[in-house]
Design a protein around this ligand. Structure first.
Ligand code: TYM
Length: 334
């Protein structure tokens, strides 16, 4: 009898090496990458080309790109199961990005909330790259015929634009790209700053942000100082208790407990007990990741092997889509 081979669906996701990895990027993205790595064929990328849309120090960017790979592995991503690579090693990303840019409207890009926020943050350096950034992201995703894109809430709009571009292209030239879906986790999709729970935890705000490589002392200090409110009840209420709700979410995402379990655990206890308890849960979550990452970082040859092999594999897959696209738009075959 003929055996049916079920092809696994594909995942693509990436993080910019524009800063150290944060608890936000772990809970919004990496944790889910780890959970999904067996059920899908996955490509996990270090998107260094995205990082230069704002000014980077070259030596730091180079160091961070490699240490980000070590941290991916330390978080539990297995290089034998997943294709892990550095974006600039696969030139097809830039090539497809150019083509897709010719099928994207100026108006669409102007509406991207992240562009609006970043162009305010970097008002003296609003480059064309910052503006067309979502097109490069669409190219990343579409190049691999991706089914699922696990990201945090802040990337939802970019994935939707990617779908619009794919649909437009498919409509004009017949089916070329798989239409991807965003995968956004229930818990941890938008981890907020510990210093200002109204804004997203982000690497550009070191005080409100926990980094995966922070020492246990730093983590505890940041949680003890976390901004809360002047009440005492540990209850989830996003509107009136943004700080406590954020800490509860972090606690649940770190321990795997439900919101109800967490609220019951801290019922009748004040913030003086709750805040260090969240800190300790995060310290325990990150302790093995930090240790393993430091160990892997010692082995540069191993890391180089992983990203080179990853790029070889990615290039092979990317070439297939790019050739199809070039043919469809009318470029002469080489
Ligand atoms: P980046 O580098 O800003 O963030 C990496 C991932 O972490 C998530 N994230 C968060 N999730 C929850 N709470 C937070 N505070 C938080 N901060 C960050 C982000 O949603 C993201 O999933 N454009 C992307 C990188 C990218 C990409 C791609 C992603 C480039 N090409 C293709 C997916 C597919 C970005 O800037 O992520």
């Amino acid at each position: 009898m003929e055996e049916k081979v079920m092809k696994k669906k594909r995942i693509f996701s990436g993080i910019q090496p524009s800063g150290e990895l944060t608890l936000g990027s772990y809970m919004g993205a990496i944790k889910n990458w780890v959970d999904l790595q067996d059920a899908y064929e996955c490509l996990y990328c270090i998107v260094d080309m995205h990082a230069i849309t704002v000014r980077q120090d070259p030596a730091t960017l180079r160091r961070r790109s490699v240490s980000q790979l070590a941290q991916y592995i330390a978080c539990g991503l297995d290089p034998k199961k997943n294709i892990m690579f550095i974006q600039s090693h696969v030139p097809q990303h830039a090539e497809l990005s150019w083509v897709l840019g010719c099928y994207t409207q100026f108006g669409e890009l102007s509406r991207m909330t992240q562009f609006k926020a970043k162009s305010q943050q970097h008002a003296d350096n609003i480059t064309a790259g910052l503006f067309t950034y979502p097109v490069l992201m669409a190219a990343d995703i579409l190049l691999y015929q991706t089914d699922l894109v696990p990201v945090g809430e802040d990337q939802r709009q970019h994935v939707e634009l990617c779908r619009d571009i794919a649909q437009r292209f498919n409509g004009l030239y017949s089916d070329t790209f798989t239409l991807p879906e965003a995968f956004i986790p229930k818990m941890g999709a938008r981890v907020m700053s510990l210093g200002n729970p109204e804004s997203k935890m982000s690497k550009s705000d070191p005080d409100g942000c926990v980094f995966l490589m922070d020492s246990p002392e730093d983590i505890m200090r940041k949680f003890k100082r976390a901004v809360t409110d002047c009440e005492t009840a540990v209850k989830f209420d996003k509107v009136n208790k943004a700080g406590i709700s954020n800490l509860l979410t972090i606690y649940c995402a770190a321990t795997g407990k439900t919101m109800q379990q967490a609220e019951e655990e801290f019922a009748g206890q004040g913030y003086g007990v709750f805040k260090p308890a969240v800190g300790e849960a995060v310290v325990e979550l990150l302790r093995p990741i930090r240790k393993e990452s430091q160990r892997i970082m010692q082995d540069k040859a191993y890391l180089e092997g992983v990203y080179k092999e990853g790029a070889d594999h990615a290039r092979y897959l990317a070439t297939k889509t790019l050739s199809k696209v070039y043919r469809k738009v009318g470029f002469v075959a080489k």
